[in-house]
Design a protein around this ligand. Structure first.
Ligand code: ATP
Length: 736
């Protein structure tokens, strides 16, 4: 590679200075506007409801804009292409047929020069050739330049000549590799970094895939699956902003450490529409606190649980063992098993969730009682037809529905249920388990049982979600007091709205110069009456999309991403798919790394129930993390897991062979040069999924293999975490 001359660096510095000046101006403008907005309405004394609402909205959007601008300061610009094209906005070196495009973390344009583009957001279509161009397929790109910066200072440039007269120049073809190798060799920080500067062609195809539906990204360790999934979120939020900011994006990851690891990769992920969650925390209001055995996780994750839970709910729909009586005035009515059974059959046949079917059960039982009562009080002493009319029997029905004794029986035979109540009661009661899981063996029963008072476990979330399907919402009964409160609140809203309209109509001028808001004010004053405005206020929800999505059992996300998707159990797949009725999903994983015994072995099998074979599969083939030396060991382990598996290609040598040390070595005595060190043994191997470290020490690999039915997969994950060196304490299992 030729040494980039300092004149080039100076020229780029001048350009970069211009970009930062523009960015600073944007920050200044946003701050000034923020000050105005803050002064406009006093939130402690909101006499103008609509103005307060507008202020809130603008306040939040300015703040998030400022966050974005501040975050973009870091590596604002990183690339440049000179590309032959018809529409040239910034001619390169005076050549009117070649456009010079700078690529960075956000877009910037020049207001004074007809909004000429100064910097392209990496996600914009015009930036794409930066990632796609190769010498074989230059896509019109003459040169690609990687610009290195520290703070606001340009420290270097790497050029690649891809086409045109200069091809063959000694700088050709290596520039992007230089940038890529620099990124791969960099020491790790404990947080994932963005790869926007060096996204590779096969990765770019996934990030920008325009198709709806389910996409599976499969690839070996270190192939950038997580990086690609996160950049895809950023791309989708940019491209489909409107839709996704209201429906939200859900990112599911394997554990809290992992979610923290990925949380700061891209500023976009901090935006309000993105929810990061583990599967164990997806059921609103529940956080798992208790450990569970692998066997318990396997049993509770299996699809058989649908049958077991269905039966557990049916077990609440009981028949009386002896006939009961209820009194209506002086008359005793009889409730026997046959009557309850008839009502229950009616309810069950509806195939409605339990709490909904309960209404049918109650109706039918009361109906039978009303007829019994009618026969008694309406009987014609002369033996003729019953003396009561249909309307009379209806009246008896309504009266009986109010009887406490009748309602107590309905509660006994068909109680109102909640998912948490049913699951907690089921799992802590051996008899209940034996009944609900009657068709299963004792080992299954034992795996399900846990003592009363045990906290929630990670696999409970999917069971609660399933129970919610089976049970439905609890009927809401509004007490008189609550009704009064609601009505009072409504009257207050109405009064506020009337005030708002008075104020809006009387103020014919406003110092708000924003067209959008002007239009809103006009519409508020001209066409909305007070009641409509009050209603609108009532439904207006101050919570962000992410907050609302997190708290809503039935939220339908616009897009769902699942990382380490091979770990999901069949029950968890059901829960995740419920959150994505549109089935627009990106599922990322590696079936050779499955460490949960309930996880998946093939994508076809896992997805068959939800989308059949209608999903697109992308394979990633290059390992950007692990050096060749370590992958030689890892690939021997992979051959034990799956002799047919094609290993990903490692493209970097670290120059350090794997270090094998005797079994009695104390890891604390080892020393490494700079970087993150991780000691992995059987006790913590489950927590390092998806993470990476500069130096990894694997302690007693045979123990890791023996500790779990998926022990080989665990060992494979452990050895592939290192970016620089691997030390193995104790012998490798015989099979490798
Ligand atoms: N195009 C790229 N440029 C620079 N670095 C990259 C690129 N793609 C991936 N990487 C780096 O490679 C490492 C591995 O990426 P990532 O964690 O996304 O892989 P993965 O496939 O999810 O791995 P695993 O399955 O082992 O968890 C990360 O440090 C990531 O930043």
């Amino acid at each position: 590679m030729g040494k980039p001359d300092s004149a080039e660096i100076r020229a780029e510095q001048a350009y970069v200075d211009g970009l930062f000046a523009r960015l600073d101006a944007e920050v200044r403008r946003a701050n000034e506007r923020l000050a105005v907005v803050q002064a406009e309405v006093d939130p402690a004394n909101p006499d103008n409801v609509d103005a307060l609402m507008r202020r809130e909205t603008e306040y939040h959007s300015l703040n998030s804009k400022l966050d974005r601008l501040n975050l973009a300061q870091l590596g604002l610009v990183f690339g440049r292409i000179d590309i032959e094209t018809e529409e040239v906005e910034n001619p390169a070196d005076g050549d009117e047929s070649v456009d010079r495009r700078y690529i960075g973390r956000m877009g910037l344009d020049d207001r004074e020069d007809n909004y000429r583009t100064l910097l392209l957001d990496w996600r914009a279509p015009m930036a794409r050739p930066f990632y796609l161009a190769t010498t074989a397929q230059p896509e019109g790109v003459r040169t690609r330049r990687h610009i290195r910066t520290r703070g606001r200072t340009v420290t270097g440039v790497d050029d690649e000549v891809l086409s045109g007269a200069d091809i063959g120049d000694d700088r050709g073809g290596v520039g992007s590799e230089v940038a890529l190798h620099r990124a791969m060799n960099a020491a790790r920080t404990g947080h994932m970094r963005s790869i926007v500067e060096t996204i590779q062609r096969e990765q770019d195809a996934i990030i920008r895939d325009p198709n709806r539906g389910v996409m599976v990204v499969n690839g070996g360790p270190g192939t950038g699956k997580t990086a690609v999934a996160l950049h895809r979120v950023a791309y989708l939020l940019y491209t489909y902003r409107e839709r996704l900011s209201s429906t939200g994006v859900l990112i599911v990851g394997p554990n809290a450490t992992f979610l923290d690891y990925i949380s700061r990769v891209l500023p976009e992920l901090g935006e309000t529409g993105v929810v990061l969650s583990t599967v164990g925390e997806m059921y609103p209001g529940i956080s798992p606190t208790a450990e569970e055995s692998l066997l318990s996780r396997e049993v509770k994750g299996s699809a058989e649980m649908v049958t077991i839970l269905t039966q557990a709910v049916r077990d609440y729909q009981v028949l009386p063992t002896r006939a009961r009586t209820v009194r209506s005035g002086s008359i005793e009515l009889r409730v026997d098993a046959a009557m309850v059974k008839a009502a229950r059959t009616r309810a069950r046949r509806s195939r409605k969730p339990h709490n909904v079917a309960r209404r049918l059960f109650a109706e039918h039982l009361i109906d039978q009682l009303a007829h019994q009562l009618a026969e008694r009080i309406g009987a014609d002493p002369l033996g003729g037809d019953n003396l009561l009319s249909g309307a009379d029997v209806d009246q008896l029905h309504d009266d009986l529905a109010e009887e406490d004794q009748v309602n107590a029986l309905i509660d006994e035979f068909f109680p109102v249920l909640t998912p948490t109540g049913v699951l907690a009661a089921l799992l802590s009661d051996k008899d209940a388990i034996a009944s609900a899981a009657a068709g299963y063996d004792e080992d299954t029963h034992a795996a399900l049982y846990r003592p009363e008072g045990t906290g929630w476990q990670a696999s409970d979330a999917a069971l609660l979600d399933e129970l919610r399907e089976l049970i439905g919402d609890a009927p809401t009964t509004v007490t008189e007091e609550e009704g009064d409160e609601a009505r009072a609140a409504w009257r207050q809203e109405l009064e506020d709205a009337e005030n708002a309209i008075d104020i809006l109509s009387s103020s014919d001028s406003t110092d708000n110069d924003d067209d959008l808001f002007e239009a809103e004010i006009l519409s508020a004053a001209d066409v909305i009456d007070a009641e409509t405005l009050a209603r609108r206020q009532e439904v207006r929800d101050q919570r962000s999309t992410a907050q609302r999505a997190r708290e809503d059992h039935d939220w339908a996300y616009g897009h769902v991403i699942v990382d380490e998707a091979q770990e999901l159990t069949p029950m968890e797949w059901r829960m995740v798919f419920r959150r994505s009725p549109a089935r627009w999903m990106t599922l990322v994983g590696d079936t050779a790394q499955t460490s949960s015994p309930a996880g998946i072995e093939s994508w076809e099998e896992a997805l068959a129930d939800f989308v059949g074979t209608r999903f697109r599969l992308h394979e990633l083939t290059v390992n950007y993390r692990t050096p060749v030396e370590i992958m030689q060991v890892a690939n021997r382990i992979l051959a034990v897991i799956d002799p047919e598996a094609a290993p990903a290609e490692a493209i970097r040598e670290s120059g350090r062979e794997v270090n094998y040390l005797p079994e009695d070595t104390d890891p604390a005595t080892l020393s490494f040069d700079e970087g993150l060190v991780k000691v992995i043994d059987a006790s913590n191997v489950a927590e390092i999924k998806g993470l990476e470290f500069d130096h990894v020490v694997v302690v007693r690999p045979t123990e890791i293999v023996e500790a779990s039915p998926q022990g080989w997969q665990d060992l494979y994950v452990a050895v592939t975490r290192a970016t620089q060196s691997l030390t193995v304490i104790g012998p490798l299992p015989d099979a490798v």
